[in-house]
Design a protein. Sequence first.
Length: 493
Amino acid sequence: MLFNDHRLLFFDRREIADSESVTLELNAPVKCGPCLSIEKEWELGLVRASSIVFWQGCYRLYYSLGISDGRKALAFAESTDGMTWTRPNLGAVRFNGSTANNLVDIGDSHPSETCVFVDPTGPDEHRFKLIGHDPYEGLFLLTSPDGIRFRQAEGYLLNYSVDNHMSAFFDPQIGRYRIYLRGSDRYRPIMGWAGSRMVVYAETDNLFAPLEIDADAPDPYPPGKERLGPDGRMIRPLAGINRELPCVMRCDDLDPAECDMYQPAVLHYAPDAYLAFPTLYYHYPGLPEGFHNDGVLDIQFASSRDGVVWRRDIREPYVRLDLPDGPATKQMHMLLGVVPCAHTISQYYTGQRRTHGEGRTADNIHGKGFHEPKMGDAIALRLEQRIDGFVSADSAYTGGRLVTTPFELAGRFLAINIDTSASGVARAALVDESGAEIDGFGIEHSDRIQGNDTRYVLSWRGKSDLSALSGRRIRLRLESRAAKLFAVYPEPA
């Protein structure tokens, strides 16, 4: 959980008791370009950035590798500010005769996708958790005391194919682990596929035991088509998930019929605020020779108050595809985890200048020899978002009004996250639960609110100390024009 307080956020209308001429608006982050690029020989295979974690005063950006000798590998870069990333010399894995590299030891495991997180409840030897996936083996767990040397636990969490990045973390709100995976909806087939991508959900209090599923769910998938494996033996992918786990996020009738959704990049933002940044995939028609997996992808936004029921009230892209000279003109995926700073949050994504299936055919489903990684290619790109800035309650240029639901004032001051710029202005009133203005804190007493600040302290005729109201349940009424309200902070910073 990023912030453990009771800030009022406006990604839905739960905290708004009443409003006039106020709309909820999605705010796109600023694209800051690549923050980590291919520089080392061991990074010239398949590279998939996945997770950002915080450990002992430093952030780590984990990324998966397919190194040149055929091994699956994991590596990380580290940063103190989320902007400048360096490769530590871990001395854990030998490459070309040397251990002078940032490769992480994952033993004999060979995950095709990974999700790394720090478990605050686990014993020291299992402090780091890595959820890995292999389409021929299933979903499995690796653990580590330091995030540098992992070992795979016995057994499998799932014996299903759940291709692509997972989101997993321990949630103190429920005292259990939450896991979000890729499923495939058989009741919504798309563009030559038997189903369409969706996000399914599991929770557990024990990652060393198989996840609970509905083994009797209707319309299960059969195993995949048998194919020749890398070692020359015939292999068969596991079946995908249809209804064995509950679906919590998918495209619906408001989305284009050609689209599906996966890779949610779920962020537990505050106690009752869960945010997701799923990838929306717009499919192109399949080729005559039988390849049906091409199209373009961008990043959307979803929100939840409990981590299970998700809303997509705003359907425009959260991150749009780049202009023709950008690094992500055709597809992108959000990474799991963020880096908070004083006024902003850094988010991270991967991007491609090719479509999902460009260069891939029925005879070459991985597109080998086409768009191979090269020195200088981006491993991860950085986004910058305002603290709490994902969605704002915006008043009209001609004026608007918003009244919050009741909250308990827990400190001496009341601050808001607001941007009026120069052309906007706001004034505030404190009202009781019945809606009556509290004496001395009416609109006519409010000092002018103007400017752009993530912690703007409210005042009335020069008085900002609200100690006399501490512990009392109140509402905030904001009358404004051309203002963006992002959050209200009843508690001290």
